[in-house]
Design a protein around this ligand. Structure first.
Ligand code: 13P
Length: 250
């Protein structure tokens, strides 16, 4: 079956209502029906900008996602948002377990899994992030670490439709450094190989690559076997760059 590429923009803590509306409007206008055949284009703005981005998308096919959710349905959790709230705000996806949340907020695999389960229960597709640090790679433990995170972070029921994996080597995020094509291929193949043993229906899940994806390297990265899309940080804040990355799919 042909791959339906998912190109996701993680805006992180960037944007104002005016900038967000302009960026989303430009993307929504440029992303037309023929593109939608083999491509899902997703933007994940900060939570307070979800409504303005939703309005800018209008009836367009650009998808809306969030950057995090709480594992509980509701309750006394100051500062958090539930998956159901995100669904009702018009989201289809939510990133969980991004390395910046694992580092900044001490999130561990068990919490990431609980968030992914909550997302699925609310009808959202969790984008579950995993990735090794530079020290772990230099120790020769990258595959072991990533497969460990994978097995502990995946919800019990995963399919090509209800969850996505994003492999993001921590040392490649925002640094302009990327692994070699061979290293990406080896890691994605290791992840693909592990999936059938980890969750019911997981073998067809899409595996995104993230970490310094730019217009000039996207073509090479997206052509690698078992790379089913990209999770893009910095380059997703510019409509032209983000669309060029999407257009680089094989
Ligand atoms: P950069 O594309 O800026 O390296 O960020 C990657 C990332 O963290 C996406 O989630």
């Amino acid at each position: 079956m042909a791959i339906r590429y998912l190109i996701a923009g993680n805006w992180k803590m960037h944007g104002t209502p005016t900038l967000a509306a302009a960026l989303a409007g430009e993307l929504a206008n440029a992303f037309t029906d023929p593109d939608a055949h083999d491509l899902e284009l997703l933007v994940c703005p900060p939570a307070p900008l979800l409504a303005v981005v939703r309005a800018a998308i209008g009836s367009g096919k650009l998808l809306l996602g969030a950057q995090d959710c709480h594992p509980r349905e509701e309750g006394a959790h100051t500062g958090d948002v539930s998956a159901q709230m995100l669904f009702e705000a018009g989201c289809s996806h939510v990133i969980v377990g991004h390395s910046e949340r694992r580092t900044d907020h001490g999130e561990d695999d068990a919490l990431v899994r609980a968030k992914a389960v909550a997302a699925q229960a609310a009808g959202l597709v969790p984008i579950i992030c995993i990735g090794e640090t530079l020290a772990e790679r230099e120790d020769g433990r990258a595959v072991e670490v990533v497969l460990g995170q994978l097995s502990a972070s995946l919800p019990p029921a995963c399919s090509a439709y209800n969850a996505v994996i994003a492999y993001e080597p921590v040392w490649a995020i925002g640094t302009g450094r990327t692994p070699t094509g061979r290293d990406i291929a080896d890691m994605h193949s290791a992840i693909r190989g592990a999936l059938p043993g980890l969750a019911t229906g997981a073998e067809g899940m899409r595996i995104l690559y993230g970490g310094s994806v730019k217009p000039d390297n996207a073509g090479e990265i997206l052509a690698i076997a078992n790379v089913d899309g990209a999770l893009v940080g910095g380059a997703s804040l510019d409509a032209g760059s983000f669309l060029k990355i999407a257009a680089s799919r094989p």
